[in-house]
Ligand binder design. Sequence first.
Ligand code: PMP
Length: 448
Amino acid sequence: MSAVLHRNLRSTPQLALKGDGVYLVDAEGRRYLDASGGAAVSCLGHGHPRVTAAIIAQLGKLEYAHTSFFTNEPSERLAQMLVDSAPAGFGKGRVAFLGSGSEAMEAALKLARQYFVEIGQPGRSRFISRRMSYHGNTLGALAVGGHAGRRALYQPILIETSQIAPCYAYRDQRAGETEEAYGLRVADELDAEIRRLGPETVAAFIAEPIVGATLGSVPAMPGYFARIREICDRHGVLFIADEVMCGMGRAGAMFVSAQEGVRPDIITIAKGLGAGYQPIAATMASERVAGAIEAGSGLLANGHTYMSHAVACAASIAVIETIEAEGLLDNVQRMGALLSRRLNEAFGQHPHVGDIRGRGLLQSLELVADRDSKQPFAAKEGLAARIKQTAQGLGLICYPSSGTADGVNGDHVLLAPPFTIDAGHVDEIVETLGAALAATLPAARSAA
Ligand code: PMP
């Protein structure tokens, strides 16, 4: 019996005793290849000495000083490192450090609201996001998330937001439609939605440059984000890029917005920022947003006790320095390409693998009952949960999620291994995943 309020109150999960590079080790000494870093968190694997040393050094100096009295060295340095490597428009921007991706999203929504009050447009308070998106679990972040299942319980206490279609070619691109035409068609839904709501009431559009948790690593079509930027500019609406999962090197660049050539007004990052060594996230305000507040009231209207935590910021600096020193962005690109190739070789013709997609070390498989019709498995099959459990039993941590209850998309398996993996680990991931799928999917069950 556990006193921890676990997700499942009737069973206690396996005890993770220690980490060893890309492996986790449980209390019985069993080793698990951590191929998803939980949910795309552990980008350096476990027990990296450089990050551990940086944390200890900072603890010996200063662990914490409240931001209403002091700033601290690690947060100043980390903020500068981030604005220096961010897309255009952030060079003279500002960064707030928070404890989780959800907090970073809350701060982003509040910043957008404050921005419009500061520039004399207080009527702008509405947010538009995309269906089947995930932006966090706190009430504001949940309200802009477009995953009906995750919102359902809390619907009566969520602020009203609206959603347009995601850029999800596997299911929505029409026959004969080019990728570009498809991307522009779905981007134009934003224009229609802003007009429907009244541009003078809309504060911001929120999107993950690569969709993560809800759809499983879905990058946008070329031209999509350029059109989104154009539409936001046309109507004076801010663009918030949620890079909580896809940013910080996971897709082969520190910022996916930069890869996409788009200039967001606000960017959120988390997961890989602390790599699991410390809970830390950041909300980055571009010069446009930070400048308006500086020129206006001069005061950020949002605050938390643990903002700019010195130890967390020191850990993040060490994470970013390690990515640079070990050439890990190159490894993400090389191993990402290898992982994608191996997944295609192993599952490209699999009767229940409908789509293999992703970028860098953020790759996923969408599972379907029928490849031709793309019919998802019925929710009652509980496929994602069974794959997760089977894979874990075989020594592989991957991140399966169920499709939406309305059957709009299928279950998927997300892979987000540490940036430090090598070709041998890629083979181990694909082989073990293959064994887990063979033990779980219906074709294998009936053949057995
Ligand atoms: N945004 C995105 C894109 C995410 O993937 C997540 C976490 N899965 C969040 C926000 C919320 O982050 P956290 O769980 O750290 O609150």
